[in-house]
Design a protein around this ligand. Structure first.
Ligand code: SF4
Length: 564
């Protein structure tokens, strides 16, 4: 058996390289390899060279080493976004200026790939991939793209580093290992960096990806002393990438803390015009990048469909609810767990909706539990406040962090009942008055159609007479979803994500939360009834989908915000 220890991307981090040498030896490595990109990022390029030479590390040149050796004007990393290139250039200029001539000359002697056989295994070491020195071999590449890279080599074992994130996969008959990098953490919130231990036995290779603790404080101090940007130091200290994000594919980027350059957030992007919810403030913490979640592009608002059945069957219900709708109740225990997950994931408000939530026997329990933890809006048609439900409703009187939201479409019965059913306007108005009299905070949303546009002002006046004024009345456009065959056409390409959680799965937007009529908006179904999708994964999927869909300028127009 032969044990190889293989690292990549040293990025001028002698502290991590020393830890690698010690750890690899302690784990019995017979041979040590480095897959290149010796410089960049850190402040001490020359400190790396003697460590490699004195410890017998066999090195493959990366694009950085080829560029420094030749004295090129840029690193040739292969970024395509100008913001990525700006940071790459900054790093490269520093590295070129601080690399000794002898070290640079030594880099010119290094091969850009190596191939050898050990214990019956055909081993191929590359920097980027088998296609190109600066090719990014991501885990999320399609099967076809993976096979293409493997077929260029035909080796039993291929190892690479350039993309900077560790992974391993058997592709066809080949084990492919991206060994990660020593120079910076793997965008996973951990300060450790990664390398690979490879065991070669009788023609077969197995790999272990090793997280490596090292003196990251010393590396951070060295970078600060060298005058490198604080954003680079932040990554060493936090484990999250803060630069060169645009090259990272949606899957990998959705797993990090940051997704967009701050400058990519469109200016003048507001939700106030169509929503009660204020656009989340994007705090300027000095970093060049921001998380998508919590920005106006992905508000921290969770929609929870407690159920889908309803006492009404409105002609334009966007989720096709009715008394006959498949019930799809989440139940009290799942809702409580979901509230806990929402708090943990940084959501600041929950909208309970359906169907009619008051058809759920535990709706008040759900609301009580949630309002102890975050802001809650309970959407109800307001028609069921009688008997035991009225007694339950009384428990919510004076409850803080709660708003009841009800739809009224006209100032008189005709304009409302035509779409929502005979007698529904009167019952909804009675429910509104009752809730107001009980001291419950109430607001009203009106669905505007070509037929009821003239009702906006009369309804505003009617509501004002019972104390519902100002921003507590809002008008939303009709959308073509569910039962509705008219109105605005909305989809993932013209709405920002507002995560909606149902008994079926996790959905891009509440107006598309019915999987039967809006299958295109399903992010993922629950694996099974007993194994619901964790909210964190739903959130990640929304980020991944957003990054896949977004336009080149990073924007998505906000056509319809469902918080009204
Ligand atoms: S719009 Fe609301 S009240 Fe009407 S059917 Fe749908 S869920 Fe029920």
């Amino acid at each position: 058996m032969t044990r190889l220890a293989v690292c990549g991307g040293v990025y001028s981090n002698p502290y991590a390289l020393r830890a690698f040498l010690a750890d690899a030896r302690a784990r019995g490595a017979d041979e040590l390899y480095c897959l290149g990109d010796l410089g960049g990022y850190g402040a001490e390029p020359d400190a790396v060279w003697p460590l490699l030479v004195d410890n017998g590390v066999t090195v493959v040149a990366g694009n950085y080493d080829v560029a420094i050796g030749r004295g090129d004007t840029d690193c040739g990393c292969g970024y395509s976004d100008p913001r990525d290139n700006e940071f790459a250039q900054l790093m490269y200029d520093f590295t070129l200026a601080h690399t000794s001539a002898d070290y640079a000359q030594w880099m010119t002697t290094l091969p850009t790939e190596r191939r050898f056989e050990r214990d019956g295994v055909d081993v191929h070491l590359v920097h980027g991939s088998t296609l190109a020195l600066n090719d990014f071999w991501w885990e999320s590449l399609s099967a076809e793209q993976q096979s293409l890279r493997v077929s260029q080599s035909g080796a039993d074992l291929i190892m690479c580093t350039h993309s900077g994130l560790p992974w391993q996969k058997r592709i066809d008959d080949t084990l492919v290992v991206n060994v990660g990098v020593l120079g910076r953490p793997a965008n996973d919130g951990r300060r450790e960096v990664w390398y690979a231990l490879i065991d070669l036995v009788d023609g077969r290779a197995t790999a272990e990806l090793v997280p490596l603790d090292y003196d990251w404080q010393a590396q951070a101090a060295s970078m600060r002393a060298g005058g490198l940007p604080e954003a680079f130091v932040e990554t060493v200290e936090s484990g999250w990438w803060t630069t060169c994000l645009e090259i990272v594919p949606p899957y990998e980027r959705s797993k990090g803390r940051y997704q967009l350059y701050r400058s990519a957030l469109p200016s003048g992007f507001e939700t106030e015009a169509v929503s009660w919810a204020d656009a989340p403030e994007v705090v300027d913490d000095g970093l060049p990048v921001v998380p998508l979640f919590g920005s106006p592009m992905f508000p921290p608002r969770l929609w929870v469909y407690t159920n889908f059945h309803c006492n009404l069957a409105c002609s334009y219900c966007s989720v096709a609810s009715s008394p006959q709708a498949r019930k799809r109740s989440l139940g009290l225990e799942r809702v409580k767990a979901l509230v806990d997950e929402a708090v943990m994931e940084g959501f600041t408000e929950i909208y309970f909706t359906g169907g009619e939530p008051f058809l759920e026997p535990d709706i008040v329990e759900m609301v009580m539990y949630a309002t102890e933890r975050l802001d809650v809006v309970l959407l109800t048609n307001g028609m069921l406040y009688q008997g035991w439900r009225l007694e339950q409703l009384k428990r919510l009187a004076g409850r803080e962090r709660l708003v009841l939201q009800t739809s009224i479409d006209a100032a008189s019965a005709d304009g409302h009942d035509v779409n929502r059913g005979r007698g529904s306007w009167q019952k909804a108005m009675d429910g509104l008055r009752l809730a107001v009299d009980m001291g419950l905070p109430v607001r009203v949303g009106m669905t505007e159609t070509p037929e009821n546009t003239g009702e906006v002002e009369p309804l505003r006046a009617l509501l004002a007479a019972i104390g519902i004024t100002g921003k507590d009345f809002a008008v939303r456009p009709l959308v073509q979803r569910g039962f509705s065959t008219a109105g605005a056409e909305i989809g993932e390409e013209n709405t920002v994500p507002e995560l909606a959680y149902t008994a079926d799965g996790v959905h891009w937007h509440p107006a598309g939360a019915d999987v039967e009529t809006s299958p295109d908006m399903l992010l993922a179904a629950h694996p099974s009834a007993d194994s619901p999708l964790p909210l964190a994964e739903g959130k990640r999927l929304a980020v991944e989908r957003f990054l896949t869909l977004r336009r080149a300028d990073g924007s998505l127009p906000l056509v319809y915000n469902c918080a009204v």
